[in-house]
Design a binder for this molecule. Structure first.
Ligand SMILES: Cc1ncc(COP(=O)(O)O)c(C=O)c1O
Length: 363
């Protein structure tokens, strides 16, 4: 006989990652086309080879401290949040989010999620037994968040608000004055700002963490640093939250190879600069070329959001797949309709191929 599982799990859909097909161009998961810094690879190989990194022992606390120091140097936040206590690390932003949701969401709690957006927020809230409530972004306009609607949806059960900025999949950032308004109007709600793509944007909201106690900012090594396979992310949090984060997070969830790699990645500023430069240049190339036959939206991330109507996103996805190119069919995003695709910015060669393929489809 099957043992009954928690009833909240019946409402949850499995996370479906971007497909990986041998030989195909994968532009579906917003990864870094340059890959990680060669210095990172060298550091991992040499550290293991020389025995500096001993894989038979649990990750060393000192190494984790070193990573936090390096992160503090990288983000360079103001005096109020400059301590290692303000940095919470985890197995990717996904891992950090998992811990955060467990801290704030119990049965009956609610979380507000402006959609369409990254689907993990809603899954984690449901897994924890809470209820996600969805606020539709200004659709077909600039995909901004209707602040009044968001605030009026808050009640005493609301514990978290998830804001992806730049937003996946629409690519836009939330203006600082709007997020400030949200933070100030609901001081008893934790405002989570997910800046997984911020390195490709013109501005960050990180400074808000130094001013308010109910906001935190998430960052990742998976995008601009090209380390998605190693799973490292972090949050900049107010000090009071660190105690709970340390209680709830799984010990050693970031492995020692990942810690070593993240430190080396932060030290190779040149590779980071190259990655950002490539994305900004190639994003412009994609937008300029695709907007000749589709509606393409401005993007501050390493992907572009494209309206392929009157075609259906699933048809375009299939047609591209047949040509060996994988993009994201956004119909899987709650509230994104059935005519949007998301294309990760690739190398010039990859982008030319996707433009050529889409041109054929649009005719
Ligand atoms: C908005 C957003 N946050 C977080 C993540 C996951 O980041 P990580 O690889 O650090 O878990 C993604 C991945 O695509 C994302 O789009």
């Amino acid at each position: 006989m099957r043992v009954p599982v928690r009833s909240s799990l019946e409402r949850i859909e499995e996370y479906k990652p971007g497909k990986l097909v041998k030989g195909a161009i994968k532009l579906s998961s917003n990864e870094n086309p340059l890959g990680p810094s060669p210095k990172v690879i060298r550091e991992i190989v040499e550290s293991i080879g020389e025995g500096k990194l001993n894989l038979s022992v649990y990750p060393w606390e000192r190494k984790e401290e070193e990573l936090k120091d390096e992160i503090l140097r990288y983000i360079g936040v103001g005096t109020a949040r400059k301590r290692k206590e303000n940095i919470a690390i985890g197995a990717g932003v996904d891992g950090v989010l998992d811990t955060l949701v467990q801290i704030f969401i119990a049965n009956d709690a609610e979380a507000l999620i402006p959609v369409p957006t990254f689907s993990l927020y809603e899954s984690l809230v449901k897994i924890a037994g809470g209820t996600p409530r969805y606020i539709k972004r200004k659709w077909g306009e600039d995909f901004s968040i209707p602040v009044e609607g968001l605030i009026s949806a808050c009640n005493e059960k609301t514990k978290m608000i998830f804001i992806s900025s730049p937003n996946n999949p629409t690519g836009n950032c939330i203006p600082e004055d709007e997020v400030r308004e949200i933070i100030e109007l609901v001081p008893e709600v934790m405002v989570v700002i997910d800046e997984a793509y911020v390195e490709f944007a013109d501005s960050s909201l990180l400074n808000l963490v130094t001013e308010y106690e109910n906001v935190l900012v998430l960052r990742t090594f998976s995008k601009a640093f090209g380390l998605a396979g190693l799973r490292v992310g972090f949050a900049v949090i107010p000090e009071w939250l660190a105690i709970y984060y340390n209680k709830v997070s799984i010990p050693f969830s970031v492995n020692s190879v990942a810690i070593t790699a993240a430190i080396a990645a932060l030290r190779d500023k040149e590779h980071l600069r190259r990655s950002i430069e490539l994305v900004k240049r190639e994003r412009q190339f994609l937008i300029e070329n695709l907007q000749r036959f589709f509606e393409v939206y401005p993007s501050e991330a390493n992907f572009v959001f494209v309206n392929v109507s009157p075609a259906k996103s699933s048809e375009v996805y299939d047609a591209l797949m047949k040509k060996g190119i994988i993009v994201r069919d956004c119909s899987s995003f709650r509230g994104a309709g059935d005519s949007f695709i998301r294309i990760t910015v690739g190398t010039r060669e990859q982008n030319e191929k996707v433009v050529g393929a889409l041109k054929g489809i649009s005719l």
